[in-house]
Design a protein around this ligand. Structure first.
Ligand code: ADP
Ligand code: ADP
Ligand code: ZN
Length: 208
């Protein structure tokens, strides 16, 4: 099953991808995670993209697309994958079509106000990448990941200025993909404003 998770930043794509990768036994490929790992490891790629991510702007299309193309050639992606955060532009969507066939594009729907609340309270595990929320999905122990015991941190781009910029970038560059994939016949909508358990139930039902 080749899936794309689409939706504004903070919609809950990563949270659902964590559940879906275990359920469907397919890898979760997050371009944001790939970039953040490169920044942490201070690779050439990391140095190139750090200021772009911090400001909430988009990494250039060609660079992003070539990274995804390479990642999809890894053996673990042959039986399916979840693309989370890619494509984000029409250029990327059209490029992806040239090297991969997508079964379903899940569009996670949510209001802008709710997204701001979610991003402002997001905490991410340094070790495994799981997302928490100080209010909505708190860890059992403050600052510690339930899954792996890793330390939780606040992403540099989860500050109000970068959040606002990311939302405007989303509206301008990514939202047009909804009609692109509607035309392709592969779009399904999931109401992601609900409790995470209900969002995941709806997701499983719609992919059956
Ligand atoms: P995305 O990957 O789409 O940017 P995340 O999965 O990181 O979004 O979720 C954004 C924030 O919202 C995180 O703090 C996460 O814990 C929280 N969150 C995710 N899904 C829900 C939900 N259904 N209800 C409430 N909070 C949620
Ligand atoms: P969120 O879902 O919270 O917006 P992501 O982890 O998906 O965050 O992405 C973080 C950042 O990584 C983006 O703001 C952008 O700078 C960069 N990025 C991720 N995916 C892409 C992409 N497909 N094209 C360009 N830039 C990307
Ligand atoms: Zn963890």
């Amino acid at each position: 099953m080749n899936l794309i998770f689409l939706g504004p930043p903070g919609a809950g794509k990563g949270t659902m991808a964590f559940r879906a990768k275990e359920h469907f036994k397919i890898p979760h490929i997050s371009t944001g995670d790939l970039f953040r790992a490169a920044i942490k490891n201070e690779t050439d790629l990391g140095k190139q993209v750090k200021s772009i991510l911090d400001a909430g702007n988009l990494v250039p299309d060609e660079l992003t697309t070539s990274i995804v193309k390479e990642r999809l050639q890894q053996p673990d992606a042959t039986n399916g994958f979840i693309l989370d955060g890619f494509p984000r532009t029409l250029y990327q969507a059209k490029a992806l079509k040239e090297f991969s066939a997508i079964d379903s594009v899940v569009n996670f729907t949510i209001t802008e106000d709710e997204v701001i609340r979610r991003l402002s309270g997001r905490r991410v595990c340094k070790s495994c990448g799981e997302s928490y929320h100080i209010e909505f999905i708190p860890p059992s122990k403050d600052g510690i990941c339930d899954k792996c015991g890793g330390e939780l941190y606040t992403r540099a781009d989860d500050q109000i200025d970068a959040i606002k910029n990311r939302l405007s970038v989303y509206g301008e560059s990514t939202e047009p993909l909804i009609s692109f994939y509607k035309n392709e016949g592969s779009l399904v909508n999931v109401d992601s404003s609900q409790h995470p358990d209900k969002v995941f139930e709806d997701l499983k039902a719609i992919l059956k």
